[in-house]
Ligand binder design. Sequence first.
Ligand SMILES: Nc1ncnc2c1ncn2[C@@H]1O[C@H](COP(=O)(O)OP(=O)(O)O)[C@@H](O)[C@H]1O
Ligand SMILES: [Mg+2]
Length: 264
Amino acid sequence: MCKIISIANQKGGVGKTTTAMNLGVALELQGKHTLLIDFDPQASLSSYLGFINDNGDNIDELPTINNLMMSAIGMERKSEDIMSYIRHSEVNNIDYIPSDLNLANADCYLSGVISRETVLKRMLTNELIGNYDYIIIDCLPSLGVLLMNALVASDGFIIPVQTQKFAFDGLVMLENVFGQIKNTVNNKLELIGVLATMYETNTTASKIVLEKLKQRYPDKMFTTYIHKATEAEKSTNKQKSLCLYNNRPGEEYKAVAKEVIEIF
Ligand SMILES: Nc1ncnc2c1ncn2[C@@H]1O[C@H](COP(=O)(O)OP(=O)(O)O)[C@@H](O)[C@H]1O
Ligand SMILES: [Mg+2]
């Protein structure tokens, strides 16, 4: 059965997109057919996958998740069939649905819509879900209506936490949104795990944050944590997943994928 997983933390720059991409590619490498959904108007995942060219224009004006959301609420006449939004990255050997900057208007165009937190969920048809073992949603850095759509559509979520100062800022609010969704529209939603990212072996800040995370989430920490490595940024620029060549964080993301398969 397909599992839908959101990668969520309303803080920016904590490793959400890096995690979505590399966990997705690692799952696919381990024989789990996976779809990535870019659900951030900044479209970093789409760019990592090679969707956006150097001018920032959408390749061939292909439809994005924003067109899908707008079609779903009748504001656009593009297809409502989610299958027609799926692209494939040859280099990374993975299917994905891209995003674009217009998704930033979602707060506005969803504001008058009935049951606006369930729009994405209603678009994830059985035909789509039946094709995949995992669907990974890369969330935006905000707690607004788009994050709610992602969590309402998901079976579980992963919180990447950068092992740096202020790592805990905002986690209470994220847990609060999780609690509200679980208690109302999506009671199957689970916190799959907290993933420590950008771990620096030589700094005490990293060690302290990791220890505090273990205390706060004793049963929910991934055993694997992701070390800080310049290769991560290079991989984004090369538009090629870390899991497709030899490097430390790439191996770590493969280990995270194994943990996900085991626990979820
Ligand atoms: N393990 C890592 N080591 C070093 N840099 C990383 C690592 N993971 C992510 N980064 C870099 O940190 C920045 C933010 O990561 P990103 O995944 O885009 O975070 P988010 O999606 O939460 O904003 C990017 O430039 C990315 O390349
Ligand atoms: Mg991101």
